[in-house]
Design a protein around this ligand. Structure first.
Ligand code: ADP
Ligand code: TYD
Length: 194
């Protein structure tokens, strides 16, 4: 089973992911993974994140290349062994973030849909996605605004895109109010996964 954690920067995904990894109730052979990955593809993505002038379409394909490698070297092998896979960010991050970045360039009528179509023929959709819901101001404050994506203005567009993804696939997404304290948020996520 493939479970993904999604949400704005600073929504608390990594905090939840680390606590799950240390939780005795989680099967010991579960695979904890993330995007961007720590492979050289992920390093290329990191370079693009750090470049304020990166071309938004080129950036989409860097993230997408990282996803393709992540699928073939980690996600599909683990799923074929019936292991639980928990990924801190996955394809919905591309739909929401690059959907928002590409919107400023007028290159596509519906950038989010374009990004979905780029993935559709070959990706493996998650079975469940926990969406950690926080407002853009909280997200920008918690994340410390350390990269070009972490402004409340941009994150508001990203959040609108996540809302559209949830509307389009309500069975897969589980929304968790992530404005509460870390213990409460963790218990909420744990209850969903149980
Ligand atoms: N529920 C929470 N309430 C307040 N602060 C939180 C909460 N969850 C995480 N944080 C803090 O917010 C920052 C970003 O958390 P992190 O888990 O890295 O978020 P993400 O992976 O979604 O960017 C960290 O300093 C973390 O300690
Ligand atoms: C996986 C992914 C991340 N991102 C962005 C979100 C983050 O601002 C940045 C790095 O991701 P990440 O390291 O998960 O950041 P955080 O822990 O703060 O949420 O890359 C995309 O724009 N598209 C993607 O497909």
């Amino acid at each position: 089973m493939l479970v993904t954690l999604e949400g704005l920067d600073g929504s608390g995904k990594t905090t939840v992911w680390e606590r799950l990894r240390a939780d005795d109730a989680v099967p010991p052979d579960a695979v904890f993974t993330r995007e961007p990955t720590d492979s050289w593809y992920g390093d290329a993505v990191q370079r693009s994140i750090d470049d304020d002038d990166a071309d938004s379409l080129a950036e989409l394909f860097l993230y997408t290349a990282d996803h393709a490698a992540h699928l073939s070297d980690t996600v599909r092998p683990a799923l074929s062994e019936d292991r639980l896979v928990v990924s801190d960010r996955y394809s919905d991050s591309r739909f929401a973030y690059q959907g928002a970045t590409l919107a400023s360039s007028d290159r596509f009528d519906d950038p989010l849909q374009f990004v979905r179509e780029v993935h559709a023929p070959w990706t493996r959709p998650p079975d469940r996605t926990v969406y950690l819901d926080v407002d853009p101001e909280t997200a920008a404050r918690r994340s410390g605004a350390t990269n070009k994506f972490e402004t409340a203005e941009y994150l508001a567009d990203v959040r609108d895109n996540y809302e559209r993804l949830i509307r389009d696939d309500p069975e897969r997404f589980v929304r968790v109010d992530a404005t509460a304290d870390p213990d409460t948020v963790y218990e909420r996520v744990r209850a969903v996964l149980e």
